[in-house]
Design a protein around this ligand. Structure first.
Ligand code: SAM
Length: 803
């Protein structure tokens, strides 16, 4: 769907007629016309491509999009999944044909690093219905569910790749839900650190829509990263967080320098008209002025990002729209607004195999009546609603010299016919100078002066109605624009602007953020209220007109726990977790002074949360590492949680980690609650060292067992670590059934339907109690945390691949 619109119910729902307000009759996707005259007229006029290329451009936008996916997760586990696809599925699919037609197997996207991005053209219906393709289909479904692969449009994978995230970076994803790009950012953060190490940076995944922020929680929890915070703010009002040098740090009162981010992704809400291949209804709904409503918010989000970006930092602005009003117009006006403090980065040498076209320097604006305009002056008053007219100047390009000076061609346009993808726009920006109050003041004065001059000339022109006056007006504003462009170009190119530059902190002092001047500032929404005190906000022309009441978040807030006191002290002592694991990172949502689960975050996340205090609306953070047990005679009141195992593994007392040969791994995977006596003697011995009724980890290291006679089905490189329950006489795996199914398939090469037997057993065991056969199992349902599960939509027990 177009990303601005509301999601329809199943079957597409009934579209409302824009004019009459009546509901249009339902039409299936196949019946929908894949064309729109205004769309064609508009984009033909924009000269996106040469006239003789335009039919191919349009034709590609009408065809069904191939399926794309990305292999996700830790680098080592991703390698194993890639191997499985290459050695099992590609040869198999290459060998079959359906109704006489050869199946085209999936292939890696040429430009995606490490062959982790894939594409295939088998229609979804064939995948579902053909028995021959069923195995591949169920592989895709299961691996998507457990988070080992992520279905993602190919072009949507581009922005995070160009952001160049490093492990030490503070990264902000402004409009993050549903989170496919966030996942890439988090993977990049972790890719640069050694196995078992926690990166120094973090990713803040933000979305203005609370429900969508909850979708994000589900997505990011699959990533097993303690370095993520999910927040719920309007991007344009994302709060300032101060480094807390002043009094009242963490309560919103602390000042000092504002925390700035090294990398920011602005994948903004847009009309989505580059997605016609996937969202057929875009054809019937498309209107040129959709972009007019979106341009202001897109601009505000990018402007706010500019403030939040460190000098020297990089940000990416992207949309899945082709409309220059949502793309180059936003980028050009924001660049111009900040007068050389931002510059477009030349990324022509990055991802060389990705075909793209340069950004547009000129375009026209189409009004609702279908007329195309080259200047705001030619738009009649009644041709555009007042809400759009307020922003009309920002819909048009700056003059040509200015656009060239900004290097607008460095923006990246991706069209469907170039590489069989959707349409996309990406701009990579760098902040080369601080954005100080003084600079903004100057910009505001200049804008005011230009506006005054423009108005005077306009008036004069209207009065004289003569060509001579018009020529003079153009000459004056062009001369002014050239002067501005030259100055900005000099600044940007030198990297050391000639005008005076203050640091943000200096600026604050210089301008004297007095109580009196602060009092005059407009109010902003309550949750972000502290913003109204921010000096770098004072001159910003985009503060919201309407105050917004942010409802309180429905969940209990996170509270950091003292590792040296109370229940947590006992848990850490039981599992032998020492100071090698950051003791400052444990937190929980308190319920009547007790907690059900313990989470763990990186030091970077803890610091950010402490500095932010109540300013940040944190929807979720951390990896769940311990869950309260329901087993009465358990050695510890809390058990290990699957998703937390990678985090805990390096820090657990060694006897909790039982290394097994492949034959024992097979027993644990294939059998439900196998008796200890079915395992090898050395494994039994190791298990005997663990207290009864306790969590343990069963670990299989393929490198350590390379010489074993029995081997996994596919070549494994990642170490597997399975959280298990050590009963009196048996052992059972504690993993979500999809995770387990995926692992069994990868390791053993077949699937096992454990559901009926497993459910029966679980149903008969509300407590961990000896069975008739002497085995025992764990009531998994009681281990779940309702509010969190509800939020995430499914059990969060995670894959156990280790690097
Ligand atoms: C294009 S989608 C983002 C897709 C996402 N980056 C991904 O790759 O999965 C745009 C998102 O922006 C959110 N959004 C809309 N207005 C916003 C605002 N003012 N500030 C922040 N997010 C906003 C929407 O809820 C939506 O989830």
């Amino acid at each position: 769907m177009g990303r601005m619109g509301k999601r329809k119910g199943k079957g597409g729902g009934k579209a409302k007629n824009h004019v009459s307000g009546e509901r249009a009759a339902y039409r299936s996707f196949d019946e929908l016309r894949r064309d729109n005259e205004s769309f064609r007229k508009y984009y033909q006029a924009q000269k996106l491509v040469d006239a003789d290329e335009f039919p191919a451009f349009m034709e590609a936008m009408r065809t069904v999009l191939p399926t794309n996916f990305r292999i996700t997760g830790s680098r080592q586990q991703a390698v194993d999944i890639r191997e499985q696809i290459m050695t099992e599925f590609v040869p198999y699919l290459r060998s079959i044909s359906i109704e006489g037609v050869d199946v085209e197997p999936p292939h890696p996207l040429a430009w995606y690093p490490h062959n982790f991005g894939w594409q295939f053209t088998i229609p979804r219906i064939a995948l579902k219905k053909s028995a021959a393709l069923g195995k591949f289909h169920s592989f895709l479904v299961t691996e998507t569910e457990v988070g080992n692969i992520s279905r993602q449009e190919a072009v949507s994978m581009v922005p995070p790749l160009l952001l160049d995230v490093q492990p030490q970076h503070l990264v902000l994803d402004m409009c993050a839900a549903p989170g496919s790009k966030t996942a890439q950012l988090v993977e990049a953060l972790h890719a640069g650190v050694a196995p078992g190490e926690t990166p120094r940076g973090l990713v803040v995944a933000n979305d203005a829509d609370y429900k969508r922020a909850c979708m994000l929680v589900h997505q990011v929890n699959r990533l097993n990263s303690p370095n993520i915070v999910v927040t719920n703010h309007s991007g344009e009002r994302f709060p300032n967080i101060y480094d807390g040098a002043g009094a009242g740090a963490g309560t919103g009162g602390g000042r000092g320098a504002a925390v700035q981010f090294d990398r920011i992704l602005c994948d903004v809400p847009c009309s989505g008209d580059g997605t016609t291949r996937k969202n057929v209804r875009v054809w019937e709904k498309w209107r040129a002025d959709d972009a007019h409503s979106l341009n202001p918010i897109q601009t505000k989000i990018l402007q706010r990002a500019a403030y939040l970006l460190k000098t020297g930092g990089r940000m990416v602005y992207s949309t899945c729209s082709l409309n220059p009003i949502e793309n180059e117009a936003v980028v050009a006006h924001v660049l111009s607004h900040f007068e050389g403090a931002l510059r477009l980065v030349d990324v022509s040498a990055e991802l060389p195999e990705l075909r793209r076209r340069p950004g547009l320097a000129t375009w026209k604006v189409m009004t609702r009546d279908g007329e195309l305009h080259e200047t705001p002056a030619s738009i009649a008053t009644n041709a555009m609603p007042r809400s759009h007219r307020r922003y009309v100047d920002a819909f048009f390009p700056l003059d040509r010299a200015r656009m060239d000076a900004l290097h607008i061609e460095r923006c990246m346009r991706i069209y469907s016919h170039l590489q069989n993808t959707g349409g996309f726009f990406v701009a990579v920006l760098e902040k080369v100078a601080p954005i100080s109050v003084n600079e903004k003041k100057k910009a505001a004065e200049r804008a005011e002066r230009l506006q005054r001059e423009y108005d005077e000339l306009d008036l004069e022109r209207k009065r004289e109605q003569g060509a001579a006056a018009e020529a003079e007006a153009e000459a004056v504003s062009a001369a002014e624009a050239v002067a501005v462009a030259v100055a900005a170009a000099e600044d940007a190119e030198s990297g050391a602007p000639k005008r005076q530059i203050e640091t943000e902190a200096e600026t604050e002092e210089e301008t004297g953020a007095t109580a009196a001047s602060e009092a005059k500032r407009p109010k902003v929404d309550s949750a972000d209220n502290n913003n109204s005190n921010d000096d770098d906000e004072r001159m910003a022309p985009y503060l919201p007109d309407e105050p917004r009441e942010d409802p309180a978040l429905p969940e209990n807030p996170f509270v950091f726990l003292d590792a040296d006191a109370g229940e947590l002290k006992n848990i850490l002592a039981f599992y032998g977790i020492g100071p090698s694991m950051s003791r400052r990172g444990f937190l929980s949502r308190m319920e009547n002074s007790t907690y059900r689960s313990v989470y763990h975050v990186s030091d970077s996340v803890r610091r950010l949360m402490e500095l932010a205090g109540q300013r940040l609306r944190v929807v979720n953070t951390g990896i769940r590492v311990f869950n309260r047990n329901c087993v009465k005679d358990a050695g510890c009141a809390y058990r290990l949680v699957c998703e937390g195992v990678p985090q805990l593994l390096p820090h657990l007392a060694p006897h909790f980690v039982v290394d097994v040969p492949f034959a024992d791994l097979r027993v644990v995977l294939e059998q439900i609650n196998p008796l200890l006596e079915s395992l090898s003697a050395p494994t039994r011995e190791r298990i005997a060292a663990v207290p009864m009724s306790s969590s343990i980890i069963v670990r299989y290291d393929p490198a350590a067992h390379a010489a074993d006679a029995e081997q996994p089905f596919t070549r494994l490189t990642a170490v597997l670590a399975l959280p298990c329950w050590r009963g009196h006489a048996s052992i059972s795996v504690h993993m979500d059934k999809n995770q387990l199914g995926s692992l069994i398939h990868r390791v053993l090469g077949h699937t096992i339907d454990r559901s009926s037997e497993g459910r029966l057993k679980l149903a008969n065991n509300t407590r961990s109690a000896p069975q008739d056969d002497g085995t025992e199992t764990q009531d998994q349902e009681l281990d779940q945390e309702p509010d969190r599960e509800q939020m995430q939509g499914q059990d969060q027990d995670q894959s156990m691949g280790q690097e």
